[in-house]
Structure formats: C-alpha cells, structure tokens
Design a protein. Structure first.
Length: 430
C-alpha cells in the first residue's frame, strides 16, 4: 500500500512538471561536475591494466555484465528487481554497442555519479551508490582493463520496467531522495589497514547492497547499514554483518574471516546461496593484505543485538515428524546429534549453528528444498555440497525437519510452518 502511494505521488509529480516518460535528465545534479571540454590524455600501461583486472574482480563486475554462456563483460544479463528487469550493459570496447568510444572521464562519471555517456541517469541496480566511493585512480585502472578486453558486438537489451520506473524523471526524484556522490571517508584515528578495508567493503565490494534492508523504493540507509535484509527477488536473506547472532565476525580470529572470504569455508561457518557466487567470482581473488583489511574493518563494525521474536514451543507432532525425516535423510551427513562430520568445509554441525536458528527462516528452507553448494575456490577446489530435497520431501516434511533442527541439541527457535515452504517455492518457481 505504501509503495503504491509513493508511486502515485511520483506519477502526479511528473505530470505536474510536464515531464515525458522518455525525458533524459541532462541537468547537473548534486555534486556533479561537468565533463572536460576536450578529451583527457589517457595512458594505458600494462601495470594499470593488471591493476584494473584485479579491481574489476573485487567489484565482481563480470557477474552482472555477463550472460550465462555469453562473452565476458558483453552485458545482457537480466537483473530482476521489484520494479521490473534491468539488463546489464556491454562493457567491452566495441565502438557501436560497448564502451569503445567512452573516455576515462565518462567512465568515471558513470562510476561516481551514475550517469551514462549519453547523459542518461543509470539505474541503481548498477551499484553506483557504493561505487561513488571508488577513487578516480581505481576507476581509470578498471577503464584501462575493460578497454584491453576483446570487443564484442552485442547490442544492449532494453530494460523491462513499468511506469513510472521507466522514466528518467523518476530516477531523478529517486536520486534526490536517496543518493549523493561522495568519496570514501578516511578515519584519521584508525589504521591504514582499517581504512583500506572500509574502502573495499563500502566501495568496490558494495557489501551493504545486500546486507542492508531496503525501503519501498529499493533504497538503503546508512543508519541501517549491515543490519541484514532480504535480497529483493532473489529471496535469500543476507544476514547482519554487525550482529553475533547472525553473520557478525567480531569474535572470530582474523585469519578465519580471511579464510571465509578467500575459500568460502572457515571453522565457524561457510557460504552458500548468492554469497557463494561472490566468493567464487570475486573475493577468492583478493590479495591476502586486502582480505585481511576487509576482515579488520568488518570486525570493528559497531555491534547491535538481534532479539528474536518470542516463540512458542514447537508442537510434539511436528518434532516427531521432523525427527523421523532427519534420521532418514540428514543424520548420515550431519550426525545423530547434529554435530556435523568431516571438519570445516565438509558436513557442518547443525547444533549451535546460527544460520539454522535465524529469525528469518528463508535460507534454511531454501537449502532444504534446492540444496546447498559451496564455491569451488583455489583454497577449497573440491567442496562438499548438499543435494536438493524438494522432490523427496513434502512441504509438511520440509517444515517439520526445519522445525526439528531449530529446536534440538540446544537450539531454540520458532517453528517453521508449511506457509513458509509454500512462499519459498512460489518465489522461485520451484
């Protein structure tokens, strides 16, 4: 209801201003400086290209700008949002469809201000609210790397967004409300390592893009940064990075945080779902120094307490049914007492596992339904995985076994109902 009210307000505003849906907003917005009147000289050295390749991996650029089975960086991947589908653009140096005619200043403007070469405002599915913190030096290095790639003639696909989301004017309103360009803030009382970690986490790494809740118009808030949130449309819960009960790492040894970023596994946890892709495509390539810097920053985040909602004890029939399913399908790998087997990266313990008892049960239900797969990394090239059970278990079985593992071996959390299983299947077309 609130979203519809906001939409109507934007629509009325656009009509009152007499702005057409196809209007391109060419005026300079907050903090946006004009492009140079003459093209700037740009030197692309092997060192700059190599650095740009590394930074492009840190920013995970290929993940969004490559279709499955398509040429790297040629764009075309559909990024689903609550407002429609945004298709990523061609970043190869093709002169007709890519960025072959872009200058380094125009590329910097896209990164820093979220504006394309032709003046169009870009949709924040491209995470320029984070990339705005990237330095000009690093932007130029990424530009040099992309210009060194093979040119691919692949036309950009139009976005599939409804009104008023498909208007430049609506984007201008959104930006006026939720975006201001800026650079990374250096904390003078902190170490260089901490500040490097802050730059990577908040800028190129754009961790807050997933680990922060979004409002009705898809915007994040600095005040809620790292508090966790459901990733729109993908419908995985990105747990809070500043809470020990969710995904906080404040009390971990720093080398374990580094291991999680670079291999996907650590003594205290492992990654699955969208984070597995992030590790596979991006963080496993971090230098040891950068991985440690990110770990130091994440450990220093101000902590907040996540209080689960009060939960009634689960029913005896659900626990009995869940115990039977667990014995038949799960105990062989996870142990009779949920203790896990095989050490870190093998079959994780479910007893005392904070991912199992999260207040938001989305991830647990989805892993049971569709399986859980760790990323293959240089440090863990042959990861274990969990098979899907959606064709083996009924919805009632899934709810019961999830309830059982959340309330056994010292675990205590709210029961999982079949409605939560229905929702998980409906959201992903299972």
């Amino acid at each position: 209801m609130r979203t519809r009210t906001i939409l109507r307000s934007i629509s009325f505003t656009l009509a009152a201003l007499g702005i057409a849906a196809a209007t391109v907003i060419t005026l300079n917005l907050r903090g946006e400086e004009p492009l140079p009147s003459t093209p700037e000289a740009f030197a692309s050295t092997p060192e700059r290209v190599a650095r740009g390749e590394y930074l492009a991996r840190v920013g995970n650029c290929m993940a969004c700008h490559t279709m499955q089975g398509g040429a790297a960086f040629a764009g075309g991947r559909g990024i689903e949002t609550p407002f429609g589908v945004v298709h990523s653009s061609n970043l190869t140096p093709d002169k007709a469809s890519g960025i072959g005619q872009w200058s380094s200043a125009e590329f910097w403007r896209a990164m820093h201000h979220g504006r394309s070469r032709d003046g169009r405002l870009l949709y924040p599915a491209f995470p320029y609210p984070n990339y705005t913190q990237v330095t000009r030096e690093d932007s130029d290095a990424i530009y040099a790397y992309l210009q060194s790639r093979p040119a691919v003639d692949q036309a950009n696909r139009p976005h599939a967004l409804g009104f008023p989301y498909n208007t430049q004017a609506a984007l201008a309103v959104w930006r006026a409300l939720f975006f201001a360009p800026g650079l990374a803030v250096v904390a003078p009382t902190q170490t260089a390592e901490y500040n490097r970690g802050a730059y990577l986490v908040n800028g190129l790494g754009h961790c807050t893009a997933c680990h922060t809740p979004r409002n009705a118009l898809g915007a994040t808030s600095d005040a809620m940064a790292f508090n966790g949130g459901l990733i729109p449309v993908q419908n995985w819960y990105a747990p809070a990075l500043n809470a020990a009960a969710e995904a906080g790492v404040k009390e971990w040894p720093v080398q374990d945080v580094v291991a999680l970023l670079k291999t996907g596994v650590a003594p205290h946890g492992s990654v699955m779902g969208p984070m597995a892709e992030v590790v596979f495509r991006s963080t496993q390539y971090l230098t040891d120094a950068d991985a440690r810097a990110m770990a130091v920053y994440l450990q220093d985040l101000p902590q907040h307490t996540v209080s689960p909602p009060p939960a009634a004890p689960p029913g005896a029939s659900a626990m009995a049914r869940g115990a039977k399913v667990y014995e038949q399908q799960c105990a062989q790998c996870h142990g009779d007492q949920g203790q896990g087997q095989g050490g870190p990266g093998a079959f994780p313990a479910l007893a005392g596992n904070r991912a199992v008892v999260l207040a938001d049960t989305t991830n647990l239900v989805r892993v049971v339904l569709q399986g859980g797969y760790l990323p293959a990394t240089a440090g863990n090239p042959r990861p274990h995985g969990m098979p899907p059970f959606r064709h083996v278990l009924t919805d009632e079985d899934v709810a019961a076994v999830a309830t059982f593992v959340r309330n056994s071996w010292g675990n205590q959390a709210a029961a999982v109902g079949t409605i939560e299983v229905y929702r998980a299947k409906e959201r992903r077309g299972m």
